[in-house]
Design a protein around this ligand. Structure first.
Ligand SMILES: [Zn+2]
Ligand SMILES: [Zn+2]
Ligand SMILES: [Zn+2]
Ligand SMILES: [Zn+2]
Ligand SMILES: [Zn+2]
Length: 312
């Protein structure tokens, strides 16, 4: 059935859908030629945005790395977009009709549901936060929205790397809820509190007839500033290291990168997804025009100057 697209794209479409398709077809095939000439033509040729190679002024694809070098426009808002982008970062819409946004399967553009993954073309409303999504994980709260996404998340969560990452994230969160001592008085107050705690526990034990009570250590020991900072930094460094290891190389399908990155995200940390396209910081790969170029999660610190550019 997908042969329709390549063999006879216009015959199978009608009405506004046909119009839309024609527009898109133009965007992705002929437009870049003329627009590119206007936008990127220099006396020396056209510079490839991916690798920097200077190409012939009329080149559509880079002679060195093979990436498309023309510019196209968003069929929804008219903003300039790369010809191989499937998402417009200006109007924040998925802009392709010939590829399923959820699984990356080819479409004819007319289906109400993707024949491959069964997802509705109009998007899926997140059952948790009610956000309408074009991709397999909720961009707002991270909930998997398709069966494929749920299975991928389950698999990822069994990976030892993910488990370590989530444990570190939990520990960092616990530390943030138990701030370090800020003064000598603070230490004394805490000692008093723990003595009181011991007395109360002993009384309760006696009440229940327990003779030799072992007082458990409080679950989260408070620390001095120095020890606290060192321990937290150690965890942050290790977490950053694993996130780096789990960075995604370029993939053929943008959906692969979006889905995997969303499944790999540890919970409870302030993270941004840094793409290899513009090295922009996105709140998730769902906000990137070209996640197929790969990318990774990075930790946003309290004092960081790095800001997410598409906060939602
Ligand atoms: Zn290139
Ligand atoms: Zn747009
Ligand atoms: Zn699909
Ligand atoms: Zn949600
Ligand atoms: Zn990006």
């Amino acid at each position: 059935m997908f042969d329709d697209i390549t063999q006879n794209p216009e015959l199978t479409n009608r009405g506004s859908q046909q119009l839309q398709r024609e527009e898109l077809a133009r965007e992705y095939t002929e437009e870049p030629l003329t627009q590119q000439a206007v936008q990127m033509n220099t006396a020396n040729g056209v510079q490839c945005p991916h690798c920097g190679t200077i190409n012939e002024p009329e080149a559509l694809f880079c002679a060195s790395c093979g990436n498309p070098i023309g510019k196209s426009t968003c069929p929804n808002c008219g903003a300039p977009v790369d010809p191989d982008a499937d998402f417009c970062e200006t109007c924040r819409h998925y802009i392709r009709t010939d590829v399923c946004s959820f699984c990356g399967a080819p479409l004819t553009g007319q289906e109400a549901f993707c024949p491959e993954c069964g997802s509705p073309r109009g998007g899926i409303v997140c059952p948790v936060c009610r956000t309408l999504n074009d991709f397999s994980f909720c961009r707002q709260c991270g909930t998997p929205l398709t069966e494929e996404a749920r299975q991928m998340m389950e698999k990822v969560r069994e990976m030892p790397e993910y488990k370590e990452m989530q444990r570190l994230a939990n520990e960092i969160q616990q530390m943030e809820m138990t701030p370090p001592y800020s003064s000598e008085r603070d230490v004394l107050r805490d000692q008093k509190n723990s003595k009181l705690r011991e007395r109360v526990l002993k009384l309760l034990a006696e009440d229940r007839g327990i003779a030799n009570l072992v007082i458990p250590e409080p679950r989260h020991k408070r620390m001095g500033q120095g020890e606290y900072e060192a321990q937290k930094q150690e965890r942050l460094n290790r977490l950053a290291e694993i996130l780096e290891q789990m960075a995604q190389p370029p993939q053929p399908k943008p959906a692969q990168v979006r889905n995997y990155a969303m499944a790999c995200k540890p919970q409870g940390m302030r993270l941004a997804w840094e793409c290899n396209f513009k090295h922009a910081l996105h709140s998730s790969p769902c906000g990137c025009a070209k996640p197929q170029m790969g990318g990774k999660w990075i930790i946003l610190g309290k004092n960081t100057r790095q800001e997410i550019k598409d906060d939602i």
